[in-house]
Each structure stands twice: as C-alpha cells, then as structure tokens.
Ligand binder design. Structure first.
Ligand SMILES: Nc1ncnc2c1ncn2[C@@H]1O[C@H](COP(=O)(O)OP(=O)(O)OP(=O)(O)O)[C@@H](O)[C@H]1O
Ligand SMILES: [Mg+2]
Length: 271
C-alpha cells in the first residue's frame, strides 16, 4: 500500500489555461498539469473512434499515487473517450499511456487489468441478470487466488451489497448498481481505479454517500481517476482536476484552485 501524499512540496501546480502562457513554453513532457510522479498518465493523447475524426487533441489526464484526480467538462467533451483511451479501448494516433513509468500504450484492456488497472465504464457496467455476488466473482476472473477476503472488503465498504448478494443486479436501485460496479472493479485489487460518472442518475444523498466511499477507497492507497458531472462536489474532493473541452485540456489544477478560478467558475460551475 502506498503512502498517500496530499499537498506537494512545490506548493501545488499552477492552473493551466488552454491559451498557452509564457510558462507553457517548457518542454511538453510531462504534459500540461501532469506531474512527473503520476502513477497513471494518458499523455498528450490524440485519437478517435475507428477511422473517424479525432475526438481527443493532445489530451492529458493523470493521477498521482494514492490521490483522487477528477475530470470534468461539458457533455460530449470527450471525457469518456479519454478514459477509454487510457484503458486501451481506443487506438491512439499520438501520445502515450504510462503506468508507473512503463509505456502501456500497446496493451489490451485485460493486460492493463493484470498490471493493476480497473475501469468502471459510464454505461452497462453491471451484468443485470447475474446476482450481486456473481458480478463480484466476474470482476475477479483474472485471479487464481482466494477472492473471499476481497469480497468481504467490498461488502464492508458497501454493506447493502452483502444483504442483496443473492439478488440479480438488475433488481437493484441505480445507486446500488453503481456500488456493484465499483465493487466488481475492486475485486481485482487494483492500484488505480478508473470511474466514469459513478454518481450518474443517483439522488444527492446517494451521491454524497458514494463520494464518501470513494474517498475511503483512496485512503487505502488506491489511486482514483474519475469523470464526474457533479463538478463542484467532485472538485471539492479532488487532489487534481482536469477540465476538458472539445477533446482538449482547458484547465488543470488542484481541485481547490479550479473551484476558486473565476473562469472555471463562470464557464463550468455556474458562476
Ligand atoms: N463509440 C463511439 N463512436 C464514435 N463516436 C463516439 C463514440 N463514443 C463517443 N463518440 C463521440 O465522441 C465525442 C465525445 O464523446 P464522449 O462520450 O467521450 O463525451 P463525454 O465528455 O463523456 O460526454 P458525457 O458528459 O455526455 O458523458 C462525441 O462527439 C461523441 O459523439
Ligand atoms: Mg461520458
């Protein structure tokens, strides 16, 4: 388990706007806003779906060890595409993905899972006809060791899932299904957990609850890279925030910096 290190010696990286300032003329690696000690980085990613037009334009997202990084931005900005690119579900035309310094750009998603990554996609993230427990077992398909202990940890994190473990996931509420999805991802004992809109379609109370659980996961040393539509709440728990617009980085900073930035507030946080 790695030691979470909140607060950085350089006093926090500066907010970086899309318009390149003088400070931006430094070499592009590591790219805008991403720190050198990122456990996972999608670095200057350019690419799209199949032979279609590029959706991502030198887009960089990353997360440091034991931290929470949050990606926000308008609908269609390319947030999910950036996550898929980092997980290997999209061929990049340019850029690279590195996990703990290793270039994993050419690896398939399941090879990335074997290296310690887990991904909860935005949609279709549970098997609705399988029970809660079967969903968790599916999450552990790559493991050959005893998964019981991890399953108990997931049930401790989300007690409602223990109660409903024999029930088909399709019968659960939206918030409970999201817990199944996160729990399934945790079953591989990942070092980095990627979540695409884990609080989509849940009530504000359930959202707060899920955020608390995500913070709890981060405290165990698992790095979290997550897309969130609830930008304000998400940035308030983020060590680092990335604002994406039209497939490119618009702003990058600590969650606090972004929440305090007048341009970010005006454009993305409703004032
Ligand atoms: N499978 C796909 N094939 C082709 N184009 C796609 C595909 N998925 C998304 N796109 C396009 O990529 C662009 C970015 O979509 P993406 O889903 O990444 O945005 P997003 O920021 O996650 O939006 P949202 O907030 O609605 O989830 C959009 O123009 C979308 O139409
Ligand atoms: Mg999306």
């Amino acid at each position: 388990m790695s030691e979470p290190h909140r607060g950085r010696p350089d006093g926090g990286r500066a907010i970086t706007g899309s318009g390149r300032s003088a400070a931006e003329s430094r070499p592009p690696t590591p790219s805008r806003g991403a720190s050198a000690d990122a456990v996972l980085i999608g670095d200057a990613m350019t690419g799209g779906y199949g032979r279609g037009a590029d959706i991502l334009h030198e887009c960089t997202i990353s997360v440091d060890a034991g931290e929470i990084a949050v990606i926000v931005g308008p609908n269609g900005a390319g947030k999910s595409t950036a996550m898929k690119a980092v997980f290997g579900m999209l061929d990049l035309r340019q850029g690279a993905v590195r996990l703990k310094g290793e270039d994993i750009t050419a690896l398939k998603p399941q090879e990335r899972v074997a290296k310690g990554m887990a991904f909860v996609p935005q949609t279709a993230n549970v098997f609705t006809s399988l029970t809660v427990e079967e969903n968790l077992e599916m999450g552990a398909f790559l493991r050959r060791d005893d998964i019981r202990r991890t399953m108990e940890q997931v049930y401790d994190l989300f007690p409602i899932l223990r109660d409903k473990r024999r029930q088909p996931a399709g019968e659960l509420s939206g918030g409970q299904r999201q817990q199944v999805a996160v729990g399934r991802a945790l079953m591989t004992e990942p070092e980095v957990l990627m979540l695409d809109e884990p609080t989509a379609g849940v009530s504000p109370i359930v959202m707060d609850e899920l955020f608390d659980r995500i913070i709890e996961v981060a405290r165990t040393g698992i790095s979290i890279l997550m897309v969130e539509q609830n930008a304000r709440q998400a940035l308030s728990i983020a060590d680092t925030g990335f604002v994406l617009v039209q497939g490119a980085n618009a702003f990058t900073g600590t969650g606090k910096e972004l929440l305090a930035d007048p341009d970010v507030r005006k454009s993305f946080l409703g004032g």
